[in-house]
Design a protein around this ligand. Structure first.
Ligand SMILES: NC(=O)c1ccc[n+]([C@@H]2O[C@H](COP(=O)([O-])OP(=O)(O)OC[C@H]3O[C@@H](n4cnc5c(N)ncnc54)[C@H](OP(=O)(O)O)[C@@H]3O)[C@@H](O)[C@H]2O)c1
Length: 292
């Protein structure tokens, strides 16, 4: 099968590329990675041209507009990439009978729940990023009644730059003290674990061989923590001496509002695909060990 991974330079795209170097892959499978120079999500004609010139059996969309705060002032671009582009990809996938895996976010929830969010819970995003990602989910459902999977994840980090782990390590080299929000909770997710799970799903007969109704799944590492607890654990594992002070959201102004509790219930993906999900601290240790 020809399998397209969109977003070759992002954290998840790069993590999938790395996993494929050591994973057991079907001999008949060929993975192709695209970047914005091949397929520009901000340009619908570029999407159509690429997907009509190159035919795939499976598409995994790891790309997106992911700058949560910047999205507040770039609403049109965020919607173009997270909504209209995925609408086009899903429409073409449906026409070409391509199976689609699309990645979404915990930020489609408002975070007022005290429990882990289920796939069936009502979305109610607080910011433009979350609203544009939710519009992308709705577009997948309206174009593809069958053969698409939406995986919502949270707090993605990796050995590649532009994530919370990388930011904390960088700032701790510069400052003696860091202030980190202690009243927002979610589940950090090692992109490498999500990448392995995506490859597992691609190889799973439930996804590969059958026509299945389009589904949403939640995937994050097990366990829940605040950003403050996450930062403290990062510095402890990296053996860096820097004081972390807990602060409240109200004292840390950002352009975009964020959910207070956005941890995801992952039972459905575990049950349907037989996945084993590592605890967040164990996965963080693997990532930090790889970095140091
Ligand atoms: N990061 C998180 O904490 C988090 C949490 C929950 C869900 N998610 C979701 O998980 C998925 C993967 O996230 P990530 O952290 O791996 O993202 P990332 O590292 O920010 O990478 C985003 C990718 O999208 C590409 N992209 C942006 N605009 C594009 C365009 N116009 N045309 C083509 N490609 C474009 C980027 O390309 P360039 O490198 O060329 O810019 C990059 O490869 C996304 O759907 C995101 O919404 C992320």
């Amino acid at each position: 099968m020809k399998i397209l991974i969109i977003g070759n330079n992002g954290q998840l795209g790069q993590s999938i590329k790395k996993i494929l170097l050591s994973a057991e892959i079907n001999e008949e499978d060929e993975f192709i990675f695209s970047g914005r120079e091949d397929l520009d999500l901000a340009d619908e004609e570029s999407i159509s041209a690429y997907l009509n010139d190159n035919i795939f059996e499976i598409i995994v969309n790891c790309a997106g507009y992911t700058a949560v705060d910047k999205a507040e002032s770039e609403e049109e671009l965020a919607y173009q990439i997270n909504h209209l582009a995925i609408s086009k990809i899903a429409e073409i996938s449906n026409k070409q009978k391509v199976k689609l895996i699309h990645i979404s976010t915990d930020y489609i929830f408002d975070g007022v729940s005290e429990k882990a969010y289920l796939e069936s819970d009502d979305p109610s995003p607080l910011n433009i990023y979350g609203k544009s990602k939710l519009a992308g989910e709705v577009a997948v459902f309206s174009a593809m009644q069958k053969n698409a999977i939406i995986i919502r994840t949270s707090g993605l980090y990796s050995e590649y730059s532009n994530n919370f782990v990388d930011t904390i390590l960088r700032k701790a080299q510069k400052f003696d003290k860091l202030n980190v929000v202690s009243d927002q909770y979610s589940s950090p997710t090692n992109a490498s674990d999500l990448a392995k799970s995506i490859i597992h799903i691609i190889n799973h007969k439930k996804f590969r061989n059958n026509d299945q109704l389009t589904q949403i799944y939640h995937y994050s590492n097990y366990g829940v923590c605040s950003w403050f607890e996450f930062a403290t654990e990062i510095l402890e594992l990296a053996n860096i001496d820097c004081q972390v002070n807990p602060i409240e959201t109200k004292d840390y102004l950002t352009a975009a509002k964020r959910p207070k509790n956005s941890f995801l219930n992952t039972d459905k993906i575990v049950k349907d695909f037989g996945l084993e999900i590592p605890f967040w601290k164990d996965s963080l240790k693997v990532s930090i060990d790889n970095l140091l």
